[in-house]
Design a protein around this ligand. Sequence first.
Ligand SMILES: *Cc1c(COP(=O)(O)O)cnc(C)c1O
Length: 396
Amino acid sequence: MSDQHYSAHAPHEPVPFISLIAQHQTLAHEVTAAVGRVLAEQKFILGEEVSQLETQVAKYCDSRSAIGCASGTDALILALMALGVGPGDEVITSPFTFFATASSICRLGAKPVFVDIDPKTFNIDPEAVEAAITPSTKAIMPVHLFGLCADMERLWRIAVSHGVSIVEDACQAIGAEYRGRRAGVLGTIGCFSFFPTKNLGGAGDGGMLTTDDADLCKQLRCLRVHGDTGNYHHTEIGLNSRLDAIQAAVLRIKLKHLDQWTEARRRNAQTYRELFVAYSLNDEIALPLEPREYKHVYNQFTVRIPGGRRDGVQQRLRANHIGAMVYYPIPLHVQPCFEHLGHRVGEFPEAEAASREVLSLPVYPEMPAHHPELVVRQLKAAFGQTRSQGDARRAA
Ligand SMILES: *Cc1c(COP(=O)(O)O)cnc(C)c1O
């Protein structure tokens, strides 16, 4: 049977949510050679590869310095450590994000103070942030969720007026821009992840911090090596959180292609927007917002499917071989491990509604050109077949 023939009923090729293999194939020779170079040298921890990558990432973000570390999670922990966050301190953040955003705060004995999100951007609502400031607030930790920067100017004004720092969780947002400046230089310290499915992904775990502050940079370099200030002299208890030379060698090759991959993600997003109009889905399903003066880098292309239909739609897409994922199904304030914070269901209605309605569609840069239409066609069919909760109640 010809695979040129697609319909909502005929079987078609699977549409993966993401495939890292296509990207690797385009770079396999270069990456293999770079890893071979590191193996030949047998210098695996930090070293020249890592400092070169640090210089390149600093330049990429227009930051004075960049500091490699073992993961995005560690970047968040190190940033808070460098700012002196500890027991008794509060850090304001989003309940609608990956777990590590809040766990990094708890790991240091501080308290995550959740505030609700703006339903259009999925990022923390600056007004709610302002209302949550107390004398114990030490920092604000906005997340640039899915690759769209938070409302940084308003957050920065709040931070300055209350004398608190900003740690950007930019793990999903390398290359994202806000008023012409890139994620990572919009707060006091920026935190990045090189987890393989991030926009700049390594061959394992890795992370990076960015800062313009020379003292913080010095402290971060010390904290990532057990707080060693040199010659086994320790003034602080740090972590063992270093970036491997192999990761840095791979990432240096990939960084050269990052802008081109970001453009491919943005083209895929634009294709979805046109297809949603063509298939008359744009009234019923909300597309991700890209406000003026922001550049979205679409680590995820996340739509909202209202009316209690999201899970049914996802199941039907799966049954029709379309990969679609829910990021994130459970807001952090109701996670069992944060029970001691005393939150209840209903406290952050926007974050909770987002958890029920979001669905992320495939958007990876190497996605075949005909896949967005397969996704939208199946989405149209799945949406039509899935009853809303209101319909189900009326029928019962
Ligand atoms: C991926 C991610 C992290 C953690 O990064 P790791 O490198 O996996 O430790 C933190 N915050 C957000 C928002 C992320 O997406």
